[in-house]
Every structure is written in structure tokens, then in C-alpha cells.
Design a protein around this ligand. Sequence first.
Ligand code: GUN
Length: 284
Amino acid sequence: MTASIIDGRAVSKTVQEQITQEVKQMVEKGLPPPGLAVILVGENPASQIYVRNKKASCARVGFYAEEYLLPASTKEEELKNLIIKLNTDPRIHGILLQLPLPRGLKEKNMLELIAPEKDVDCFHPMNIGNLFLGKPTFLPCTPAGIMELLKHENIDLQGKKAVVIGRSNIVGKPMAMMLLQEHATVTICHSRTLDIPAITKNADIIVVAIGQANFLTADMVSEGQIIIDVGQNKVGEKLVGDVDYDAVAQKVAKITPVPGGVGPMTITMLLQNTLQAKKLQQKT
Ligand code: GUN
């Protein structure tokens, strides 16, 4: 059997159309649109592409966007002052500091300066803490995008065995929490886990976020499974995921492709969080 493809582009389009509609109604009522500030420090080529895409997506749904492209030599004090200024700027409802930061700037210190109510990446310890307590204000974009895909596929997670491969703060850890919140039984695998195939073969859902091309191979999966591939690996000129796609897709029930699976959902969830931030700030 060949797996059915979970189409992240199609789901993303549907969600972005809903956001566009909401923004339109907001503006028609005379309210300002959601505003997002994106900060990029340095010239990391991958980050430059992400930031460009984020700005273009904001324009597409009718958001107000500001872009700050700062040199790699930027001092902590300058970045700090910019974040503090944006924290109180009424046109800006969400602040995104693109990672990684150049050496010399401490990510943790800078991220903690972003006002929690404008933390649309959901990287602030307070927002992560609220997520772990089961009372999130925002959801981290990539895992939130995956949950949205599973929802669109009508997948009931209750009682399902979910395996998350990777334990990053951005994807693996929050992903596990969000699956747990939906009553899945969750196992997290990582570089020190023994016998990963024994764990993955027994799963209902596998989320792979390990950053290694072709990590999940056909001999590690079973029939009927749902495979979510978070990987974005460059192999030569080609973008590939963490899953040996062609072989795995022959065996499982559903799979996300790379590109066109999880990737488009991450930006869409950033837009969703920015809209949510605007609505929360509007009330106060
Ligand atoms: N770098 C890679 N992914 C992300 C992300 O989702 N947000 C930010 N701020 N930086 C990133």
C-alpha cells in the first residue's frame, strides 16, 4: 500500500484564508491590523529566507509588518533596546527574534526580554511554562502546525501511542506536551535512546524532528502508521526530511512530504499566534 499524503500546503492555505477574513473584518471595523516585528541579526542564508517568507506571508493575510535586519556585529545592548522599544510599540503585537543569533549574543537573555504577551514564537519561559501546565496562551509554531494537520486529518489522539524523535526546546519537547494534552501516550526518543526501531515499530504516530536526512527508514516503521516529518535537510541542492520518504511511504498509512508538509504550517501558526496576540492585547 502507498501512504496517503498529508498536504501541508492545502491546510495552510485554508487556515491563512480564515486569518485573512478575520483581519479584513477587523480593519473594516476601524481597528488596526495585527502587527509583527521580525528581527534578524547577521547574515545566515537560511534565516534570511525564513525571514523573507515570514514577511511575505504577513503581507498576504493583511498584517502590518516591520523587519529589522541588523549586522552580525550588533551589541547586546542595541538588540536589548530594540526589543524593549517594540515591547511598548502599540502597532506591534508580536515580536519574532530569528534564531540562531550570532556568537556573542545570548539567545536565552534576549528571548526572555520579549514581553510574554508579544512572544508569538512561544519561546519565553512563562509561555512554555503555561503550555506545560496545560493552559497555553500561545503554542510553539511547528508543533502547533502538526497538531493542526492531525486535526484536519480527523485523527483522534486519545489512547494512541505517539513517538517523538528529537528533544529540542522548539519542537520535540513541546510536541510531546501537546500530544500528551490530547491524551496520547507519548515516548520521546533521542540520541541516547537504546533500540529506537523497537519503539517506533510499535507506535501509531511518529513525529521525526532530529535533523538527519533519511533517519527513519522502512525497517523502523509498521503498516497503518502516521508519519510526520519535521526535517529540513539540504542534500546537495535538494531539500529532504528526516524520513526515507519513498521507502517509508510504501509501508505506512499517512505521511507528510518535504517540502509541502510541516514547513508551510509553521509560518501559518506564527500568523495565527500574531492574530491571537492582537486579540488579547485589544481587550486590555
Ligand atoms: N529558527 C528556526 N526556526 C525558528 C523559529 O520557528 N523561530 C525563530 N525565531 N527562529 C527560528
